[in-house]
Write a protein that binds this ligand. Structure first.
Ligand SMILES: Cc1cc2nc3c(=O)[nH]c(=O)nc-3n(C[C@H](O)[C@H](O)[C@H](O)COP(=O)(O)OP(=O)(O)OC[C@H]3O[C@@H](n4cnc5c(N)ncnc54)[C@H](O)[C@@H]3O)c2cc1C
Length: 498
């Protein structure tokens, strides 16, 4: 066996963060081996098969195209040569228990008109002010936080400079997203609509800082449909990484990270095989290290996240079924009538909500909402607390939440012709089994309180040679952010190697 310095960089996990790290490290001339416990790349960006239908069972909203353009460029490639991306005009269609239907468009003016008709001219003005504020928030944070390595409050301020400091304070980190939205919208339905952006990072709008309104700007800057489904993004990066010499081994569960003389020296697979590594980049959830899933030797390198600080999990139903009634577009949201209670259930009471909001991704549709005369692919999602490890939801609780969610869709006009043989349900316990040490949390730590963004670990851990990437590391969850975390990990590995 070769010594660790000559051994490859081992990446544990082929989620989007691991793929990005592997691609970039290999593109700079290092040997890279990716070990993935599943049979395919993508992690949460997985495909589920129901008969011949392939359904995206994870992320469905593709944003921040520039992140992928910059990643592909590191390997001298262009996104458009590997993926076919189609911009959407209708960002999402929304329905409410208490009545009303509203489309949000990529074109802000069109959205303002729709909001004016839906809730009156004052709300349309509030929306335009909100968009301007969300844009300022995003611009204040893109350089110092999103693109930069993990900051502390002090380094964030120094990166932003004096002018940027004022802009950072305007992001209102001390008020909650829900309260900030109250300054723009009187209509509670609009507060719900824009508050829902907190759930894009698995958080509650009642506990998240107003800063999260930047997600509204991200979506406003472009949402794309990926031909062949989101899983294609993972496959495209896997292909590109292979062309740069990265080796992939699937069905390879890393059971232990090995150390010698206070630094990483390799990994041991579940079947006992030992693989030497010069450095190890972990794309599994950071808590897997802190809870000892990679052995006692590395457990102190990263802190585990207690369940109360975990982001939300979900119950999802991938389906291939007929629908009628409500004219679905690609992204659809049906809001519960009592948002404060829904999030009190999800966070304080840590139980499935009695009145869940339901997201439906209709994957055979774009902006066109014509009735389909055939079964169609759906991903239906309700939020859930991430207690799949210690307090998995009972079948009765799951059945009650399911009943409430599908009743809400019916109430809003959507009939789903269900067929148990053509559905795959995933619960928080199911997500925990797929992504160990998360409890089913899909987005690492929750972004609750202004300090939360600073408590996520960065690319470097306390143990030399051990690095992190993925949604549980800086800059956070979501496909583009996890991709950026992979790039941060690659930068740290390459810098330390020098
Ligand atoms: C239902 C759902 C909907 C979502 N919607 C969106 C959306 O619309 N837009 C968006 O941007 N984001 C969305 N997200 C979030 C997004 O999918 C994630 O933030 C992102 O994909 C996480 O990537 P990651 O790099 O953290 O890796 P992960 O996807 O978490 O992958 C980690 C990989 O590590 C592997 N692994 C773990 N332990 C080991 C081990 N011991 N040995 C070997 N391999 C191991 C796992 O098998 C997995 O493949 C959604 C997620 C889900 C589940």
């Amino acid at each position: 066996m070769t010594g660790p310095r000559d051994a490859p960089v081992v990446v544990v996990g082929a989620g989007i963060g691991g793929l990005a790290a592997a691609l970039e490290i290999a593109a700079r001339g290092e040997r890279v081996l990716v070990l993935e416990r599943a049979a395919a790349p993508g992690g949460k960006m997985r495909h589920l098969a129901i008969g011949d239908a392939r359904i995206d069972g994870g992320p469905t909203v593709f944003t921040m195209r520039w992140v992928f353009e910059e990643l592909f460029a590191t390997a001298g490639a262009r996104v458009e040569d590997h993926l076919t991306l189609q911009p959407v005009e209708v960002l999402a269609r929304h329905g409410w228990q208490q009545g009303g239907r509203l489309d949000l468009f990529a074109d802000i003016k069109r959205s303002a008109e729709a909001i004016g008709e839906f809730a009156g001219p004052a709300e349309a003005r509030g929306y335009l002010e909100f968009c301007a504020r969300a844009k300022r928030t995003y611009e204040a944070l893109e350089g110092p936080f999103i693109r930069g390595s993990r900051p502390t409050p002090m380094t964030l301020v120094s990166r932003a400079g004096i002018g940027g400091m004022g802009r950072l304070l305007q992001t209102a980190p001390l008020s909650t997203l829900w309260d900030a939205l109250g300054g723009h919208f009187k209509d509670v339905r609009l507060r719900q609509l824009f508050g829902r952006y907190a759930t894009y990072v698995g958080s509650s709008p009642f506990l998240s800082p107003a800063t999260l309104m930047l997600i509204a700007h991200v979506e406003q800057s472009g949402v794309w449909l990926v031909e062949g489904g989101m899983h294609r993004v993972a496959r495209a990066i896997e292909g590109l990484a292979t062309s740069q010499g990265v080796q992939f081994r699937y069905d390879a569960h890393v059971a232990e990270i090995l150390t010698a003389s206070g630094r990483v020296r390799g990994v041991k697979l579940a079947d006992g095989e030992v693989i030497e590594a010069s450095r190890v980049v972990v794309n599994a959830d950071a808590s897997a290290i802190g809870t000892g899933k990679f052995g006692a030797g590395v457990a102190k390198a990263v802190d585990a996240v207690p369940w109360a600080r975990r982001s939300l999990s979900a119950v999802t139903w991938a389906m291939h079924v007929r629908t009628q009634g409500f004219p679905l577009v690609r992204h659809n949201v049906f809001f519960s009538s009592d948002y404060p209670e829904e999030f009190a259930d999800l966070t304080r009471r840590a139980r499935l909500p009695a009145t869940p909001t339901v997201y439906v991704c209709a994957q055979d549709r774009g902006d066109d909402d014509r009735a389909l005369d055939a079964p169609e692919r759906l991903l239906v999602l309700i939020n859930a607390p991430a207690r799949g490890d210690t307090q998995p939801a009972s079948e009765a609780a799951l059945a009650a939440a399911e009943q409430a969610g599908f009743a809400l869709m019916r109430h809003c006009g959507l009939e789903v012709e269900r067929d148990p043989a053509r559905e795959i349900r995933t619960t928080p316990a199911g997500f925990e089994a797929l992504f160990p040490a998360t409890g089913g949390a899909l987005y690492g730590q929750a972004t609750h309180g202004w300090q939360a963004s600073f408590s996520r670990p960065g690319a470097r851990t306390r143990l030399p040679g051990l690095y992190l990437c993925g949604g549980s590391a800086h800059p956070g969850a979501g496909v583009p952010m996890a991709t950026l975390s992979g790039r941060h990990a690659a930068a740290a590995v390459l810098e330390d190697r020098r």
